[in-house]
Ligand binder design. Structure first.
Ligand code: UD1
Length: 432
């Protein structure tokens, strides 16, 4: 298995282009199952999860073409064309679903278009117990008959789906997306209340509208969807990745550097930028994004408390990175995780690098240390692994991160982007 080696302690300086959001791309790709016409997605990130979704959709009969490797040495956002002229299969098998939980996003579209879907119960990141009960409940409210057997979700809607009033008992990004896609082809009107409001959901809704869906309330917690008989093609540019943006802003903060983040948007992470300003990071908007800088600032970072919450709250997907940052901010900070159980697996790895963190239930108390020391550590999930990269960039000496396949699921060309800003970071290929 590949490793990443980092020689830390250098302030980073330079420009990083932010990729399209993985968490928008995956549901957008699944939405191609809703129409027989072509969906063209630009600004597609180059990630392992995208390849997994491509394989899954190909098995279901979607014709897929990748082109438009435009600019920046062929990396500045690819263009993917997807055409589900006919649905060739309705089963999402275990071997694909187990590597990526977001595979469950084909459930709503398959049901709505083909009246049948068999999807293996998902795996994905090892963060707590991540059920799909809300997805199944919402789809059954829309009239689907659902059974669980042999590790598979077996869903049928032989007479089609019908609109319903659905009030989610808790906010779920994936369940909102599955229900919204299914409702777009259901008969009559659906109201989704207590819906998730993440920008990636707005991005999916915008594309569905371009395909002919009738959706109101986009960007709010109440979505009204009037079902239509069929949907058409669309061309859509994927929203910038706010989690990648926040991660690299924190790389500037933790190394005392100065990084310009291009092709992104401040409004996607207002709350996060406010917190980062409180830590002492200067954020200056630019025409295409913003500059994150602590260069030449001799004041130490400030410790701030953070509690994760659904959008517009502080994203759980930036919690581990924030913890790495707080581990070198003098004073005490409390980081509380409210979205997922067991999302503190990075704590023991950060501790190997000298961080002083005590977990008490859903909160972690971080006492800033003078410096982190490089060590051999292990990535446990996607965002936990990048928190170790941040810690390694700030640490004295060498850090070696094992199991970096987690990183490849969600960070496009990470080593290249960081090296371009002066980081000493390299990938050691398996067997090298
Ligand atoms: C999405 C993101 C993930 C992010 C998460 C929260 C994608 C592909 N992934 O994941 O990166 O960390 O949102 O912002 O977009 N839950 C249930 N029952 C369900 C569904 C969810 O209890 O049926 C719980 C989950 O266990 C979790 C919480 O609800 O505690 C939020 O999960 P959810 O918003 O659904 O996350 P995902 O869509 O899986």
């Amino acid at each position: 298995m590949d490793q990443i080696r980092i020689l830390g302690g250098k302030p980073l300086s330079g420009t990083i282009r932010i990729s399209g959001a993985k968490n928008a791309a995956l549901p957008l790709m699944a939405a191609s199952l809703l129409t027989a016409e072509t969906i063209r997605l630009s600004n597609l990130p180059h990630l392992a999860d995208i390849s997994t979704m491509t394989d899954l959709l190909a098995q279901l009969g979607v014709e897929i073409r990748m082109d438009g490797l435009a600019g920046n040495g062929g990396h500045a956002g690819r263009v993917l064309s997807l055409r589900a002229g006919a649905i060739a299969g309705t089963t999402a098998p275990y071997d694909l679903v187990r590597t990526m939980r977001a595979s469950v996003l084909v459930l709503g579209p398959l049901l709505a278009r083909a009246g049948r879907a068999r999807v293996s119960l998902p795996g994905g990141c090892a963060i707590g117990n991540r059920p799909v009960d809300l997805h199944l409940w919402a789809l059954s409210e829309l009239g689907a008959e659902i059974e669980l057997a042999d590790g598979y979700i077996d869903a049928r809607a032989p007479k089609g789906l019908r609109g319903a009033d659905i009030v989610f008992p808790r906010v779920s990004v994936g369940a909102t997306e599955n229900a919204m896609m299914a409702a777009a082809l259901a008969e009559g009107e659906t109201v989704l209340a207590n819906a998730a409001r993440e920008p990636e959901i707005g991005d999916l809704a915008d594309c569905l509208v371009e395909m002919g869906a009738e959706i109101e309330g986009i960007g709010t917690g109440v979505l009204s969807i009037r079902g239509v008989e069929s949907l058409g093609g669309a061309e859509h540019a994927i929203v910038p990745d706010r989690i990648e943006t926040g991660t690299y802003a924190m790389a500037a903060a933790i190394t005392g550097g100065d990084i310009e983040l291009k092709d992104t948007r401040c409004d996607l992470l207002d709350g996060v930028l406010d917190k980062l300003r409180e830590t002492g990071l200067n954020i200056t908007p630019t025409d295409t994004g913003f500059r994150a800088s602590r260069a030449g600032d001799n004041r130490p970072l400030s410790a701030v408390d953070v509690e994760t919450a659904p959008f517009p709250g502080f994203p759980t997907d930036l919690q581990a990175q924030m913890m790495a940052l707080m581990s070198v901010a003098p004073g005490a900070s409390v980081i509380t995780e409210t979205v997922f159980e067991d999302r503190f697996m990075h704590v023991s790895e950060l501790a190997r690098m000298g961080a002083d963190i005590t977990v008490d239930g859903a909160s972690a108390r971080v006492l800033g240390v003078d410096k982190l020391i490089g060590a051999e550590v292990m990535a446990t999930d996607l965002r936990a692994s990048v928190s170790l990269v941040l810690a390694g960039l700030a640490a004295e000496g060498e850090t070696v991160i094992n199991r970096v396949y987690h990183l490849d699921r969600g960070y496009e060309r990470l080593e290249e982007k960081l090296s371009a800003c002066g980081a000493e970071i390299e990938r050691i290929k398996d067997g090298q």
